[in-house]
Write a protein that binds this ligand. Structure first.
Ligand code: GRG
Length: 322
Protein backbone atom coordinates (compact mmCIF):
# COMPACT_ATOMS: atom_id res chain seq x y z
CA UNK A 1 0.00 0.00 0.00
CA UNK A 2 1.68 3.22 -1.07
CA UNK A 3 1.17 6.77 0.13
CA UNK A 4 -0.29 7.72 -3.25
CA UNK A 5 -3.54 5.94 -2.36
CA UNK A 6 -3.91 8.08 0.70
CA UNK A 7 -3.96 11.56 -0.69
CA UNK A 8 -7.00 13.46 -1.86
CA UNK A 9 -9.64 11.83 0.33
CA UNK A 10 -12.67 14.09 0.29
CA UNK A 11 -14.38 15.15 3.50
CA UNK A 12 -17.44 13.26 2.34
CA UNK A 13 -15.45 10.01 2.30
CA UNK A 14 -14.28 10.69 5.82
CA UNK A 15 -17.85 11.23 6.99
CA UNK A 16 -18.99 7.98 5.35
CA UNK A 17 -16.15 6.07 7.00
CA UNK A 18 -16.92 7.54 10.41
CA UNK A 19 -20.60 6.63 9.96
CA UNK A 20 -19.55 3.09 9.05
CA UNK A 21 -17.30 2.82 12.12
CA UNK A 22 -20.24 3.97 14.21
CA UNK A 23 -22.61 1.39 12.74
CA UNK A 24 -19.97 -1.35 13.10
CA UNK A 25 -19.72 -0.33 16.73
CA UNK A 26 -23.48 -0.65 17.28
CA UNK A 27 -23.80 -4.02 15.54
CA UNK A 28 -20.63 -5.31 17.15
CA UNK A 29 -21.64 -4.53 20.72
CA UNK A 30 -24.75 -6.71 20.46
CA UNK A 31 -23.65 -10.05 18.94
CA UNK A 32 -19.98 -9.93 19.42
CA UNK A 33 -19.68 -9.30 23.13
CA UNK A 34 -21.43 -12.54 24.08
CA UNK A 35 -19.59 -14.50 21.39
CA UNK A 36 -16.15 -13.23 22.37
CA UNK A 37 -16.86 -13.73 26.08
CA UNK A 38 -17.98 -17.29 25.53
CA UNK A 39 -14.97 -18.06 23.32
CA UNK A 40 -12.53 -16.35 25.67
CA UNK A 41 -13.85 -18.39 28.61
CA UNK A 42 -13.54 -21.57 26.56
CA UNK A 43 -9.94 -20.68 25.75
CA UNK A 44 -9.04 -19.78 29.35
CA UNK A 45 -10.21 -23.21 30.44
CA UNK A 46 -8.40 -25.04 27.63
CA UNK A 47 -5.17 -23.07 28.20
CA UNK A 48 -5.25 -23.78 31.92
CA UNK A 49 -5.57 -27.52 31.21
CA UNK A 50 -3.06 -27.72 28.38
CA UNK A 51 -0.01 -26.87 30.47
CA UNK A 52 0.05 -28.58 33.88
CA UNK A 53 2.89 -27.81 36.28
CA UNK A 54 5.75 -30.29 35.82
CA UNK A 55 9.37 -30.38 36.93
CA UNK A 56 11.33 -28.19 37.29
CA UNK A 57 8.39 -26.26 38.73
CA UNK A 58 9.96 -22.84 38.22
CA UNK A 59 9.94 -23.02 34.43
CA UNK A 60 6.37 -24.32 34.29
CA UNK A 61 5.25 -21.55 36.63
CA UNK A 62 6.94 -18.94 34.44
CA UNK A 63 5.33 -20.39 31.31
CA UNK A 64 1.91 -20.50 32.98
CA UNK A 65 2.33 -16.99 34.41
CA UNK A 66 2.33 -15.43 30.95
CA UNK A 67 0.09 -17.94 29.17
CA UNK A 68 -2.68 -17.44 31.74
CA UNK A 69 -2.23 -13.67 32.17
CA UNK A 70 -5.33 -12.84 30.13
CA UNK A 71 -5.26 -11.15 26.77
CA UNK A 72 -7.99 -11.05 24.16
CA UNK A 73 -7.29 -14.60 22.90
CA UNK A 74 -7.98 -13.31 19.41
CA UNK A 75 -5.62 -15.73 17.66
CA UNK A 76 -7.11 -18.95 19.02
CA UNK A 77 -10.62 -17.56 18.60
CA UNK A 78 -9.85 -16.91 14.92
CA UNK A 79 -8.58 -20.47 14.50
CA UNK A 80 -11.71 -21.99 16.05
CA UNK A 81 -14.04 -19.69 14.08
CA UNK A 82 -12.39 -20.50 10.75
CA UNK A 83 -12.45 -24.22 11.43
CA UNK A 84 -16.18 -24.02 12.17
CA UNK A 85 -16.82 -21.89 9.08
CA UNK A 86 -15.16 -24.59 6.98
CA UNK A 87 -17.43 -27.31 8.48
CA UNK A 88 -14.94 -28.45 11.11
CA UNK A 89 -15.48 -28.56 14.87
CA UNK A 90 -14.09 -26.74 17.90
CA UNK A 91 -12.61 -30.05 19.12
CA UNK A 92 -10.61 -30.51 15.91
CA UNK A 93 -9.05 -27.05 16.23
CA UNK A 94 -8.61 -26.67 19.99
CA UNK A 95 -5.04 -28.08 20.31
CA UNK A 96 -3.88 -25.82 17.46
CA UNK A 97 -5.75 -22.86 18.96
CA UNK A 98 -3.92 -23.41 22.29
CA UNK A 99 -0.60 -23.77 20.45
CA UNK A 100 -1.13 -20.49 18.58
CA UNK A 101 -1.73 -18.69 21.87
CA UNK A 102 1.45 -20.30 23.28
CA UNK A 103 3.47 -18.98 20.33
CA UNK A 104 1.89 -15.52 20.55
CA UNK A 105 2.60 -15.46 24.31
CA UNK A 106 6.22 -16.51 23.84
CA UNK A 107 6.69 -13.73 21.29
CA UNK A 108 5.33 -11.23 23.85
CA UNK A 109 7.67 -12.56 26.59
CA UNK A 110 10.70 -12.20 24.33
CA UNK A 111 9.53 -8.85 22.93
CA UNK A 112 9.29 -7.43 26.46
CA UNK A 113 12.89 -8.37 27.37
CA UNK A 114 15.41 -5.58 28.00
CA UNK A 115 17.28 -6.63 24.84
CA UNK A 116 14.15 -5.96 22.78
CA UNK A 117 11.33 -3.58 23.75
CA UNK A 118 12.20 -3.50 27.46
CA UNK A 119 8.71 -3.36 28.96
CA UNK A 120 7.69 -3.69 32.59
CA UNK A 121 4.00 -4.40 32.06
CA UNK A 122 2.04 -6.73 29.80
CA UNK A 123 -1.60 -7.72 30.02
CA UNK A 124 -1.90 -5.58 33.14
CA UNK A 125 0.76 -7.54 35.02
CA UNK A 126 4.51 -7.32 35.48
CA UNK A 127 6.32 -8.78 32.48
CA UNK A 128 7.76 -12.29 32.73
CA UNK A 129 11.39 -11.18 33.15
CA UNK A 130 10.40 -8.69 35.87
CA UNK A 131 9.02 -11.59 37.90
CA UNK A 132 11.34 -14.48 36.99
CA UNK A 133 14.47 -12.76 35.65
CA UNK A 134 15.77 -12.53 32.08
CA UNK A 135 17.23 -16.05 32.05
CA UNK A 136 13.99 -17.80 33.03
CA UNK A 137 11.91 -15.50 30.80
CA UNK A 138 13.98 -16.49 27.76
CA UNK A 139 13.59 -20.16 28.68
CA UNK A 140 9.86 -19.78 29.38
CA UNK A 141 9.50 -18.46 25.82
CA UNK A 142 11.58 -21.34 24.46
CA UNK A 143 9.54 -23.84 26.46
CA UNK A 144 6.24 -22.45 25.15
CA UNK A 145 7.45 -22.49 21.54
CA UNK A 146 8.58 -26.11 21.67
CA UNK A 147 5.50 -27.24 23.59
CA UNK A 148 3.19 -25.59 21.06
CA UNK A 149 4.29 -28.01 18.34
CA UNK A 150 4.33 -31.01 20.68
CA UNK A 151 0.78 -30.11 21.67
CA UNK A 152 -0.56 -29.91 18.11
CA UNK A 153 1.10 -33.20 17.15
CA UNK A 154 0.06 -35.08 20.28
CA UNK A 155 -3.41 -33.72 21.00
CA UNK A 156 -5.09 -33.18 17.64
CA UNK A 157 -7.76 -35.87 17.25
CA UNK A 158 -10.14 -36.88 14.46
CA UNK A 159 -8.15 -35.03 11.80
CA UNK A 160 -6.27 -36.85 8.99
CA UNK A 161 -2.50 -36.85 9.76
CA UNK A 162 -1.59 -35.04 6.52
CA UNK A 163 -3.71 -32.07 7.58
CA UNK A 164 -1.98 -32.00 10.98
CA UNK A 165 1.39 -32.04 9.24
CA UNK A 166 0.32 -29.16 7.01
CA UNK A 167 -0.79 -27.15 10.02
CA UNK A 168 2.56 -27.73 11.73
CA UNK A 169 4.33 -26.64 8.57
CA UNK A 170 2.16 -23.51 8.26
CA UNK A 171 2.49 -22.49 11.91
CA UNK A 172 6.26 -23.09 12.04
CA UNK A 173 6.70 -21.02 8.86
CA UNK A 174 4.67 -18.17 10.35
CA UNK A 175 6.80 -18.24 13.53
CA UNK A 176 10.20 -18.28 11.83
CA UNK A 177 12.74 -16.04 10.16
CA UNK A 178 10.67 -15.72 6.96
CA UNK A 179 7.75 -14.25 8.92
CA UNK A 180 7.40 -13.35 12.61
CA UNK A 181 11.09 -13.46 13.56
CA UNK A 182 12.09 -11.67 10.33
CA UNK A 183 9.51 -8.92 10.93
CA UNK A 184 10.88 -8.41 14.43
CA UNK A 185 14.44 -8.16 13.08
CA UNK A 186 13.37 -5.52 10.53
CA UNK A 187 11.55 -3.68 13.31
CA UNK A 188 14.65 -3.67 15.53
CA UNK A 189 16.79 -2.50 12.61
CA UNK A 190 14.38 0.35 11.86
CA UNK A 191 14.62 1.79 15.36
CA UNK A 192 15.96 5.32 15.44
CA UNK A 193 15.64 5.68 11.65
CA UNK A 194 13.35 8.48 10.52
CA UNK A 195 13.30 7.60 6.84
CA UNK A 196 11.18 4.44 7.10
CA UNK A 197 8.43 4.59 4.46
CA UNK A 198 4.95 3.07 4.51
CA UNK A 199 6.12 0.15 2.36
CA UNK A 200 8.85 -0.86 4.85
CA UNK A 201 6.44 -0.39 7.73
CA UNK A 202 3.96 -2.66 5.99
CA UNK A 203 6.69 -5.27 5.45
CA UNK A 204 7.48 -5.20 9.18
CA UNK A 205 3.89 -5.57 10.26
CA UNK A 206 2.74 -8.12 7.72
CA UNK A 207 5.60 -10.30 8.98
CA UNK A 208 5.72 -9.46 12.67
CA UNK A 209 1.96 -9.38 13.32
CA UNK A 210 0.11 -10.43 10.18
CA UNK A 211 1.78 -13.77 9.50
CA UNK A 212 0.70 -15.37 12.78
CA UNK A 213 -2.85 -14.04 12.41
CA UNK A 214 -2.92 -15.53 8.90
CA UNK A 215 -1.64 -18.85 10.27
CA UNK A 216 -4.49 -18.82 12.81
CA UNK A 217 -7.09 -18.48 10.06
CA UNK A 218 -5.39 -20.87 7.66
CA UNK A 219 -4.77 -23.58 10.23
CA UNK A 220 -8.47 -23.60 11.12
CA UNK A 221 -9.27 -23.95 7.43
CA UNK A 222 -6.67 -26.71 6.88
CA UNK A 223 -7.88 -28.76 9.87
CA UNK A 224 -11.42 -28.65 8.49
CA UNK A 225 -10.23 -29.66 5.00
CA UNK A 226 -11.22 -26.38 3.28
CA UNK A 227 -10.83 -26.20 -0.52
CA UNK A 228 -7.98 -24.20 -2.04
CA UNK A 229 -10.50 -21.55 -3.25
CA UNK A 230 -11.73 -21.10 0.30
CA UNK A 231 -8.20 -20.95 1.63
CA UNK A 232 -7.31 -18.16 -0.81
CA UNK A 233 -10.33 -16.10 0.30
CA UNK A 234 -9.64 -16.76 3.96
CA UNK A 235 -5.97 -15.83 3.53
CA UNK A 236 -6.97 -12.52 1.99
CA UNK A 237 -9.40 -11.94 4.87
CA UNK A 238 -6.56 -12.66 7.32
CA UNK A 239 -4.01 -10.43 5.56
CA UNK A 240 -6.42 -7.52 5.65
CA UNK A 241 -7.40 -7.92 9.30
CA UNK A 242 -3.70 -8.43 10.16
CA UNK A 243 -2.65 -5.07 8.77
CA UNK A 244 -5.72 -3.33 10.18
CA UNK A 245 -4.89 -4.88 13.58
CA UNK A 246 -1.45 -3.28 13.52
CA UNK A 247 -2.70 0.12 12.35
CA UNK A 248 -5.18 0.11 15.24
CA UNK A 249 -2.34 -0.99 17.56
CA UNK A 250 -0.32 2.07 16.50
CA UNK A 251 -3.35 4.32 17.01
CA UNK A 252 -4.01 2.89 20.48
CA UNK A 253 -0.40 3.49 21.49
CA UNK A 254 -1.25 7.19 21.10
CA UNK A 255 -4.89 7.36 22.17
CA UNK A 256 -5.38 4.69 24.88
CA UNK A 257 -4.37 4.67 28.55
CA UNK A 258 -2.05 2.18 30.28
CA UNK A 259 -5.09 0.85 32.20
CA UNK A 260 -6.96 0.18 28.95
CA UNK A 261 -4.03 -1.52 27.24
CA UNK A 262 -2.45 -3.27 30.25
CA UNK A 263 0.99 -2.18 28.99
CA UNK A 264 2.99 1.01 28.69
CA UNK A 265 1.58 3.51 26.19
CA UNK A 266 3.22 6.24 24.15
CA UNK A 267 6.25 4.03 23.58
CA UNK A 268 6.36 4.63 19.85
CA UNK A 269 6.45 8.40 20.24
CA UNK A 270 9.01 8.13 23.03
CA UNK A 271 11.27 5.95 20.89
CA UNK A 272 10.55 8.23 17.90
CA UNK A 273 9.45 5.13 16.07
CA UNK A 274 7.92 5.44 12.62
CA UNK A 275 4.33 4.21 12.79
CA UNK A 276 1.25 4.47 10.57
CA UNK A 277 -0.05 7.53 12.47
CA UNK A 278 3.38 9.17 12.23
CA UNK A 279 3.31 8.75 8.43
CA UNK A 280 -0.38 9.28 7.73
CA UNK A 281 -1.75 11.06 10.81
CA UNK A 282 -4.40 9.62 13.15
CA UNK A 283 -7.47 10.30 11.00
CA UNK A 284 -5.98 8.87 7.82
CA UNK A 285 -4.76 5.82 9.74
CA UNK A 286 -8.37 5.18 10.84
CA UNK A 287 -9.54 5.58 7.26
CA UNK A 288 -6.98 3.03 6.08
CA UNK A 289 -7.85 0.55 8.84
CA UNK A 290 -11.54 0.86 7.93
CA UNK A 291 -10.80 0.18 4.26
CA UNK A 292 -8.82 -2.94 5.15
CA UNK A 293 -11.65 -4.23 7.35
CA UNK A 294 -14.14 -3.61 4.51
CA UNK A 295 -11.88 -5.55 2.17
CA UNK A 296 -11.54 -8.40 4.69
CA UNK A 297 -15.31 -8.62 5.09
CA UNK A 298 -15.84 -8.59 1.33
CA UNK A 299 -13.84 -11.85 1.10
CA UNK A 300 -16.56 -13.53 3.17
CA UNK A 301 -19.48 -12.45 0.97
CA UNK A 302 -20.62 -15.86 -0.20
CA UNK A 303 -20.42 -17.69 3.13
CA UNK A 304 -23.68 -16.14 4.39
CA UNK A 305 -24.60 -16.42 8.08
CA UNK A 306 -21.86 -18.95 8.76
CA UNK A 307 -19.21 -16.24 8.44
CA UNK A 308 -20.84 -13.96 11.01
CA UNK A 309 -18.18 -14.66 13.69
CA UNK A 310 -15.33 -13.80 11.28
CA UNK A 311 -17.15 -10.62 10.19
CA UNK A 312 -17.74 -9.66 13.81
CA UNK A 313 -14.08 -10.30 14.72
CA UNK A 314 -12.99 -8.04 11.84
CA UNK A 315 -15.25 -5.27 13.17
CA UNK A 316 -13.94 -5.83 16.68
CA UNK A 317 -10.37 -5.36 15.43
CA UNK A 318 -11.34 -1.97 14.05
CA UNK A 319 -13.21 -0.77 17.11
CA UNK A 320 -11.16 -2.34 19.89
CA UNK A 321 -10.05 -0.14 22.76
CA UNK A 322 -7.36 -2.51 24.05
C1 GRG B 1 8.04 -16.57 17.54
C2 GRG B 1 10.26 -17.75 17.46
C3 GRG B 1 9.51 -16.54 17.78
C4 GRG B 1 10.19 -15.48 18.29
C5 GRG B 1 9.60 -14.19 18.73
C6 GRG B 1 10.06 -11.25 19.95
C7 GRG B 1 9.62 -11.74 18.63
C8 GRG B 1 10.25 -12.98 18.08
C9 GRG B 1 8.63 -11.14 17.94
C10 GRG B 1 7.81 -10.01 18.44
C11 GRG B 1 6.43 -10.13 17.87
C12 GRG B 1 5.46 -9.15 18.44
C13 GRG B 1 5.50 -8.84 19.89
C14 GRG B 1 4.56 -8.61 17.63
C15 GRG B 1 3.50 -7.68 18.08
C16 GRG B 1 2.18 -8.33 17.89
C17 GRG B 1 1.11 -7.62 18.65
C18 GRG B 1 0.47 -6.45 18.00
C19 GRG B 1 0.78 -8.04 19.87
C20 GRG B 1 -0.36 -7.58 20.67
O1 GRG B 1 -1.38 -8.53 20.43
P1 GRG B 1 -2.77 -8.48 21.18
O2 GRG B 1 -3.26 -7.06 21.25
O3 GRG B 1 -2.34 -8.91 22.65
O4 GRG B 1 -3.68 -9.48 20.58
P2 GRG B 1 -3.17 -9.78 23.73
O5 GRG B 1 -2.46 -9.48 25.03
O6 GRG B 1 -4.59 -9.31 23.72
O7 GRG B 1 -3.04 -11.21 23.34
Amino acid sequence: MGNNKLVGLKNQDMVKIEEKQGSYQQEAIFDLKAYLNQRKNLMEEALDHCLPVGKPEKIYEAMRYSLLAGGKRLRPILCLATCELAQGTVEMAMPTACALEMIHTMSLIHDDLPAMDNDDYRRGKLTNHKVYGDDIAILAGDGLLAYAFEYIARETKNVPPERILEVISQVSYASGAAALVGGQVMDLESEGKTDIDAQTLTYIHTHKTGALLEACVLSGAILAGASSEDRIKLSKYAQNIGLAFQIVDDILDITATQEELGKSVGKDLQAQKVTYPSIWGLEESKVQATKLIDEAISQLSHYGEKAEPLRAIAKFILNRKH
